[in-house]
Ligand binder design. Sequence first.
Ligand code: KG4
Ligand code: ZN
Length: 419
Amino acid sequence: MKILAVETSCDETAIAVAEFGDGRGHTRTHPSRTDADKAVRVNVWSHIVSSQATLHAKFGGVVPNLAKREHQKNLVTILREVLRGSRIKDQESRKKKGQIRSLDSKSLILNAILEREPELFSRFKKRALSLPAPDIDAIAVTYGPGLAPALWVGINFARALACLWDKPLIPVNHMAGHIYSAWLRQGGEIRIPKSEIRGKSQIQNYEIPSMRFPLLALLVSGGHTELVLMRGHGKFEIIGETRDDAAGEAFDKVARILGLGYPGGPEISRLAERGDPRKYPLPSPMINTKDHNFSFSGLKTAVVYLVRDSVPIVDRHRKADIAASFQKAAVDVLVKKTVRAAKEHGSKTILLGGGVAANAALRRELSATLKKEMPDAMLFTPDLSLTGDNALMIAAAAYFSKKKMAWSDALQADANLRL
Ligand code: KG4
Ligand code: ZN
């Protein structure tokens, strides 16, 4: 099954084309229930992420309407790049002729789908309409959670492509994408007949190994901190979440307090590697509560007071110590509550996903604590190239989803969509 996936939930514009099949070289049309414990091979034909981070950095955070405008500007260019890079063969020329004939009848519909995205529509007419339909089976798109204006651009774009090329749509929850990002392992084999590839292709291989449910996923991003129990594909239960700030948000806010750049997570983790995590004992809120919830705003406030009361003024060394102490307090609570939840729910497989999954201290501590306290548990963390928002994880989540729909069915952006 070949999927073209579109992700625009925040400040990354991303498109991927990936093919999913079983390890024996047959391309399956769709996984059945019993396939949950079989490995799936993933051949990534092409996958591009275009980040707007430097643009939003000036404002100290993501500006929704600016993100929307950038997605409108970027999508068609990235699509053309992805299709060129993927060298996926076009649908048969017979169908192509039919497609050109039917374009006239579709222009009114495309107009209606893209009328809210004028900039995208004008680029679509100039540079996407004439593209030959690629040989793909479905188009996946993130429809939430995220910034509504940004989500809408991706949804409308994906609907327009589905209409243009007569393909089904698969709506994907962004957080499910982050779960599957941890599941994608590099390696595995390429099993694509040469006849399906035009020219030279740089296909990357991944594999989704078999795993035993229930799985426990710790999702830590800029907008979410969740512990998700997964009893099967599409069977998610949020067993704990943050009461206030998300983990990534706390990293970003503390970075701002320390006068570091945006996004703050990578800056804090870089600085923290040089600091002393035991220098300032900061609170790990809710670390001992019996539930699986989190809270980070108290920790952030403690950093505010620490910086305010610091004499002499906060210098570079002190900043590194504060960053390291903050990171330790945040990581301690994330690790402790994840391991406790895994034990309580008998989950021997733990997945880590979301932007904060790039944090080296979090990976290190989670791995070390699991080894000590649950030696038979397995931890899966995403490739560093897949911790941030990307469309490959959306394609993977789409492959296991049962939510196929037509472009003409109603699909709304849902900024607060839950798993
Ligand atoms: O998943 P993501 O790319 O976007 C959302 O869906 O929110 O997550 C972005 C978040 C930001 O808050 C960023 O500061 C944080 O992930 N982040 C990190 C690191 N890299 C990114 N936080 C801690 N350590 C990192 N190395
Ligand atoms: Zn994300």
